[in-house]
Design a binder for this molecule. Structure first.
Ligand code: 7RM
Length: 630
């Protein structure tokens, strides 16, 4: 695959992708190994959310990571693993070694009865085995669903049940900073509510005490003991499922976003190479967790498909101290560094002291993902981490898009603070108003839609295709609706403004307000609740909950209990930052909560509450303002 090297080349490719997308994408696809070539590059039907890329071709994505790279890069380091504790030894794993371990574990999966199409849950720490687990699933044609290991037993059980998974891959425990998390205990608790799981494979990591259920639970190291390190890859159709990844939306439980084999392979690798401008000898580090889409596309698949060296970090930015990220950058001479605004803002709060013993000279490109990056954080990152000399790529994309959609190409597209900037070749963003009219030209603002399909567009929401159509393809006819607001400035550069629906983004993690409300409502004393986001200096958005309770408990006690319920139902990442106990919620005559008012109050914006005359209970507004938590 050739990468774009100049701005004029970018514009040329963009034009080609607009005029003749099939030619554009097939030229890229030719650089992969196909067991059988496609009949058709694209068949697309927006109305039914039916997209077929590289129709009837056959492939295996792991063949394109291994067999395709091994002759040239067999001894090249594929993964550098940096443990939570900097005193523990890192691991440098070559492509050859990763290949052998993947094949060995693929055989272990098969021995436990895993076949093409079976769903396998991965609930693991950030260790090389997590990547091996994903790749082994892909090698044997099983569909992986990685669940972030910070989710609660109840959330894990929901995901297992939704996709009727047959197996869980996990560890005894996780090291995170100075904490040890009892992951296997969480799995045990989840499995009390799941009937589809036949076996659990447990990686030994922390060596803490765990229960092993005979006949169900097996140790990873024992499973691979007698397996061969040769395993032919399963033949996959282009549209066969590669993975399911659950993500939150504005209604109901998280949806299982489905990505398929060929399109995802082409798009994740193409965008990796072009956005980060990866060079053969570079060391690349993305700080995400493999439990999120960023970890899938830009720690594992994108980089490994391109034969890159990708760093995997087990720990947290603040352990053993707040210089950890910068120590790692210097230790491995990282060339491309990709992280989230929330991490930047958290580190920014510690000032420049933690950076003073680090040179950061190796950095060529710095990147941002997950939420809008405010100008202050942008400049801090650009000036103090990038030393003013590294292009900063602000990459906008979603779980549903599979790969980066709007971003500068590092060193090619001129940088503009807080602007994701321009769409990648093949991506046709449009700005629409509430009525679905396209807003053309510059200096316009509205909802962000994409009007033609790209190879890694969401294929379905697992088990419920109607939900996929309704969520993404029915608001605006013939387009994919992103849920984000966007502005095209006077230069034609795009600035993402954040969600326009009831999704909040807390530290780069997507959360449905309804999902948090449902969790709060599980407390037996809670009568009703309403959750909104509010601006938070570090997290981007914080969670503000208004709760009506029928209890004799004092406020502090009930608030603690509510927080604990949310921890149990979703996980610590969904804990409300502020809880206000109220006697009622502002409702319209039709019974709808007027969230606009709640959002304003949560943001300390008590003026301009707008028209409250249609409220059933206008007096409640005064009570809510008086009790607001500032
Ligand atoms: C990759 C990822 C998706 C939502 C998306 C946006 C927000 C992500 C940016 C951004 C502004 C960015 N997937 N978002 N990247 N907003 N600028 N560069 O985060 O599915 O977890 O979240 O995140 O609101 O819709 S995600």
């Amino acid at each position: 695959m050739k990468r774009i090297k100049t701005l004029s080349e970018y514009f040329k490719k963009y034009e080609l992708s607009e005029k003749d997308p099939e030619k554009f994408w097939s030229e890229i696809a030719y650089s992969f190994i196909w067991k059988k070539k496609w009949d058709n590059v694209l068949e697309s039907d927006f109305e039914n959310a039916d997209f077929k890329w590289f129709k009837n071709a056959q492939l295996n994505i792991t063949e394109n990571i291994f067999e395709r790279n091994l002759s040239e890069r067999g001894d090249k380091t594929a993964i550098i693993w940096e443990p939570n504790d900097p005193k523990e030894s890192p691991i440098y794993m070559s492509y050859k070694e990763l290949y052998k371990q993947t094949c060995t574990f693929s055989n272990a999966l098969k021995s436990k009865g895993i076949k093409k199409g079976d769903r396998v849950i991965i609930y693991m720490p950030m260790v090389p085995e997590a990547a091996i687990a994903m790749l082994a699933c892909a090698r044997v044609g099983a569909v992986h669903s990685v669940v972030f290991a910070g989710f609660s037993a109840a959330s894990l059980a929901d995901r297992i049940n939704d996709c009727e998974a047959k197996m869980v891959l996990t560890s005894d425990g996780n090291f995170r900073g100075n904490k040890t998390i009892p992951v296997k205990d969480v799995v045990d608790e989840a499995l009390e509510k799941c009937s589809s799981i036949e076996s659990v494979i447990v990686l030994e990591r922390t060596k803490q005490n765990i229960n092993i259920k005979d006949g169900r639970d097996f140790w990873w190291h024992e499973c691979i003991e007698d397996e061969s390190n040769i395993c032919d890859s399963e033949v996959m159709d282009s549209e066969d499922l590669l993975f399911i990844l659950y993500t939150s939306g504005s209604t109901g439980k998280p949806k299982g976003v489905v990505h398929s084999s060929a399109g995802y392979m082409v798009y994740s690798s193409y965008t990796f190479l072009n956005v980060f401008q990866y060079d053969e000898e570079d060391i690349y580090w993305c700080t995400a967790d493999v439990g999120w889409i960023t970890g899938h596309s830009y720690i594992v698949y994108g980089p490994l498909l391109c034969g890159a060296t990708t760093v995997m970090f087990e720990g947290v930015p603040t352990y053993p101290n707040v210089s950890r990220f910068w120590d790692i950058v210097d230790k491995y001479k990282i060339n491309q560094f990709y992280t989230a605004p929330t991490a930047i803002r958290a580190l920014q709060a510690h000032g420049l002291e933690p950076l003073k013993n680090n040179s950061l000279d190796s950095l060529k490109v710095i990147g941002s993902v997950g939420e809008p990056i405010n100008e202050e954080a942008w400049h801090w990152y650009h000036d103090n981490v990038g030393k003013g000399k590294c292009p900063l790529v602000d990459t906008w994309w979603q779980t549903e898009t599979g790969g980066i959609m709007i971003s500068a190409l590092a060193g090619i597209t001129p940088n503009k603070p807080a602007h994701a900037s321009l769409p990648l070749p093949g991506i046709m963003p449009v700005i629409v108003d509430a009525d679905g009219n396209e807003l053309n030209g510059n200096n316009v603002q509205g909802n962000l839609c994409i009007k033609s399909p790209w190879p890694s567009i969401i294929r379905t929401t697992y088990g419920d295709h109607e939900r996929c159509i309704n969520t993404y393809f029915s608001n605006y006819k013939g387009m994919y609706f992103t849920g984000d607001g966007v502005k095209r400035d006077h230069d034609g550069y795009l600035r993402i403004l954040g969600r326009v629906d009831d999704v909040i983004n807390v530290s780069g993690h997507r959360m449905g307000t309804a999902e948090v409300e449902n969790a709060i409502n599980e407390h037996e004393d809670v009568i009703e609740s309403a959750v909104v986001g509010y601006p938070h200096d570090i997290k981007g958005e914080g969670i503000y909950a208004y709760v009506i309770v029928g209890t004799k408990l004092n406020d502090d006690k009930i608030k603690d209990e509510i927080i604990n319920v949310v921890r149990k139902v979703i996980g610590p990442i969904a804990k409300p930052d502020k809880i206000q106990i109220v006697s009622g919620l502002p409702k319209t005559r039709s019974g709808k909560i007027m969230r606009r008012i709640l959002r304003k109050v949560a943001s300390n914006d008590f003026q301009n509450l707008g028209d409250t005359s249609t409220l059933l209970n206008p007096d409640i507004v005064t009570e809510i303002i008086d009790g607001a938590i500032i």
